[in-house]
Design a protein around this ligand. Structure first.
Ligand code: UD1
Ligand code: UDP
Length: 369
């Protein structure tokens, strides 16, 4: 069986790495990896850490790229690779524009598609934007839906997908996290090593969602800034490379002594940083899955989330992007110990760390049929 894995951004690379490693172990599988380069530095950081050298890289990256550019350039580049490789199955992960483009280009070639992290839904086509559309459009094209959780499976059943093609596997984000976390981890970066995680309340902040850029992100940063100025806390904010995000981040935080604005971290320091902080504030999808596994309360800076499992398990709170709601909830979590302890329970609704193995076992089984 020839399996072509395609990805293009940081989170896809992190969640596909355990799958690529598993494919490499299997004697009866030829594994080929292609990247679109939708992200560049942020993708390469992950490839290096997991020691993955792509067989193909169509390098579509352009700063300030539009969604249409990503879609059309990915499809044109991938079409040639599909013709050359002729895979039995294409594996794609998640909901980025790389994923949808690869799925559509493969469908046009009648290549079978396995969708990893299938069935996540927020219920609002504009939030997250354009991911909710990307994931729904990808489901339409998919032959094997690898759903991380029971809820994700239910979403697919509600949309009329055949239950025989839906498999609950857990999320490979947990496989990757198990590989990454080391309780004795020492950072290479001196700034991070100097931070007093034992005695200070340290907040890890990330924000990059397209629908938050503009007033919602301004509200988020203003609320964080006002709390930081009033409390004995520090914030670490590895800023996404999107120039629009960076502009707003600098507007609010530049020169603030207790806010550490840093470049995107490699995955190992980032996940180990998450393991050391007091709490996490984020609009990221992946971080919402990782933090609960590490027993870190998460304040989710989005109006909707497709990851309600963390909210239901009480480790995450869905705050939206209103200034006062964020300000009040952050204050509460810093002062109400009982509330904090309730949220700081390590729960793992997203998987057991063996998702990649399950997914490849299923593919091999299906291929035999
Ligand atoms: C993309 C995905 C989003 C995912 C996120 C993970 C889409 C439409 N969006 O959003 O689902 O949550 O990745 O981070 O697929 N940039 C660089 N270097 C990089 C990466 C980005 O300079 O390595 C800058 C560029 O100016 C680029 C901009 O960031 O144009 C935005 O990148 P893009 O891939 O279009 O969207 P993201 O917001 O990163
Ligand atoms: N991450 C990282 N370095 C950072 C910020 C995040 O390695 O500076 C990792 C994080 O551990 C998670 C993934 O990147 O696995 C999430 O990526 P992002 O938030 O960009 O995308 P999303 O999950 O929202 O699609």
């Amino acid at each position: 069986m020839k399996v072509l894995t395609v990805f293009g951004t940081r989170p896809e690379a992190i969640k596909m790495a355990p799958i690529v490693k598993e494919l490499e172990k299997r004697e009866n599988i030829k594994s080929v990896v292609a990247v679109t380069g939708q992200h560049r530095e942020m993708l390469d950081q992950v490839l290096k850490i997991f020691d993955i050298v792509p067989d193909y890289d169509i390098n579509i990256f352009k700063s300030g790229q539009t969604l249409t550019e990503i879609t059309t350039n990915s499809m044109l580049g991938l079409e040639k690779i599909f013709d050359e490789v002729k895979p039995d199955v294409l594996l794609i992960q998640g909901d980025t524009t790389t994923v949808f483009s690869a799925g559509l280009a493969a469908f046009y070639k009648k290549i079978k598609i396995g969708h990893v992290e299938a069935g996540l839904r927020s219920g609002n086509i504009y939030s997250p934007y354009p991911e909710e559309a990307n994931r729904k459009l990808t489901s339409v094209l998919t032959n094997y839906h690898f759903a991380p959780t029971k809820n994700n499976r239910e979403n697919l059943l509600k949309e009329g997908y055949n239950e025989e093609n839906i498999y609950i596997t857990g999320n490979t984000v947990i496989d990757a996290l198990k590989y990454a976390i080391d309780d004795n981890y020492v950072f290479e970066d001196e700034l991070l090593n100097k931070i007093d995680f034992e005695n200070k309340k340290i907040i890890l902040l990330t924000s990059h969602r397209r629908e938050n850029i503009g007033q919602p992100m301004e509200n988020i940063f203003k609320a964080v800034l006002d709390v930081v100025r009033e409390e004995d806390v520090e914030v670490i904010f590895p800023i996404h490379l999107n120039p629009k995000v960076r502009e707003i981040a600098y507007k609010y935080f530049k020169g603030e002594e207790k806010v550490h604005l840093i470049e995107p971290l490699d995955y190992l320091p980032f996940s180990n940083l998450m393991n050391k902080v007091y709490l996490v504030m984020t609009d990221s999808g992946g971080v919402q899955e990782e933090a609960p596994s590490l027993g870190k309360p998460v304040l989710v800076l989005r109006e909707e989330t497709e990851r309600m499992e963390g909210v239901e398990a009480n480790t995450a709170k869905l705050l939206g992007t209103d200034y006062k709601v964020i300000y009040d909830n952050l204050k509460e979590l810093l002062h109400n110990e009982e509330e904090y302890n309730k949220m700081a329970q390590a729960v793992n609704p997203y998987g057991d760390g063996r998702a990649a193995k399950k997914i490849i076992d299923i593919l091999e089984e299906e291929f035999k049929k």
